[in-house]
Write a protein that binds this ligand. Sequence first.
Ligand SMILES: Nc1ncnc2c1ncn2[C@@H]1O[C@H](COP(=O)(O)OP(=O)(O)OP(=O)(O)O)[C@@H](O)[C@H]1O
Ligand SMILES: [Mg+2]
Length: 256
Amino acid sequence: MKTSIMQVKNLTKQFGGITAVNDVSFDVNQGEIVAVIGPNGAGKTTLFNMISSVLPPTKGEVWFMGERINGAPIHSLAGKGITRTFQNLQIFENMSVLENVMLGVHTQMKTNVYSAALRLPRVKHDDELARRYALEALEMIGIKDQMNEIAGNLPYGLQKLLEIARAIVSNPKLILLDEPMAGLNDGETSKIANILIEMKRNGLSFLFVEHDMKTVMRIADRIVVIDFGNKIAEGTPEEIQKNQKVIAAYLGEEVL
Ligand SMILES: Nc1ncnc2c1ncn2[C@@H]1O[C@H](COP(=O)(O)OP(=O)(O)OP(=O)(O)O)[C@@H](O)[C@H]1O
Ligand SMILES: [Mg+2]
C-alpha cells in the first residue's frame, strides 16, 4: 500500500502581476520517485522553493509527515527529514569535499555556535560523528577518493555528486533535487539515476525537476507536468508520454 508522506495543496505564487505557480496539488508517497517536468519558465523552481520553505506561498500549504511545513524555518527542514539540492550549485568552493558534506550533518545536530565557540565536549563528539556520516555518504555516492580535494577544483559532474552526498548525509526521508542531471554527460547522468533508484529501494522518496526526458521516463514512478504555472497532467511515464495536453505543451520540442 502506498503511504503519502508529503501533500502539496493548492500552491500558488504570484510575483507582482505574474502567477508563476497556480493552484498546484499533488502527493509524494514513501519510496517513490516523482518528477516535475515542464517547459522553461513553467514554474518548477518556484514550486520547489515553496515546498522547501525558501519562498512563502501566496496561497496553499505543504504538509510533510503530518506537519505543515511551509513557513517553517529553512534550517529546520533537515531535522524534519527533507533536504534539497539547487538548480545552481551551492557548494562551499574553498572547503574540502569532506567538509562540505560534514556541513550537511551539522545542520541536524544539536551543536550550536555557542557550544562550538566554547569548545564544549559535545562539539568534539559531534564532529567525529559528522565525519563518520559524511564518509559513509561519500562512499555511497562514490566520491570518497576525492574527500580531501578543494570542492571548487572538482569537475562539474563531481560537484553535482557532492551536492547529492550532502543532501543524503542527514538521513532524510525526502530529497528534493532541482535538475540533478543538468550539464552532465551520459555516464554521469546514469550514475546519478542509479543512485536514486538504489536509495529508493531503501525507502527514500525523491521529488526532482528535470529536463532530461529520457532519464525522467526511465526512473520516475510518477510525473507531474507544469505549464504556465498550472498542473496540466499527472501520471506514470507511459501515461504522460501519450497525454495530448503534455504533447501540446512541448510542441516543437521533440522531447517526449
Ligand atoms: N523572484 C521572482 N520574481 C519575479 N518573477 C519570478 C521570480 N522567480 C521566478 N519568476 C518568474 O516565474 C516564472 C516561473 O519561473 P521558474 O524559475 O519557477 O521556472 P522553471 O520552470 O524553474 O524554469 P526553468 O526550466 O528555466 O528552470 C517565470 O516567468 C519567471 O520569470
Ligand atoms: Mg528552474
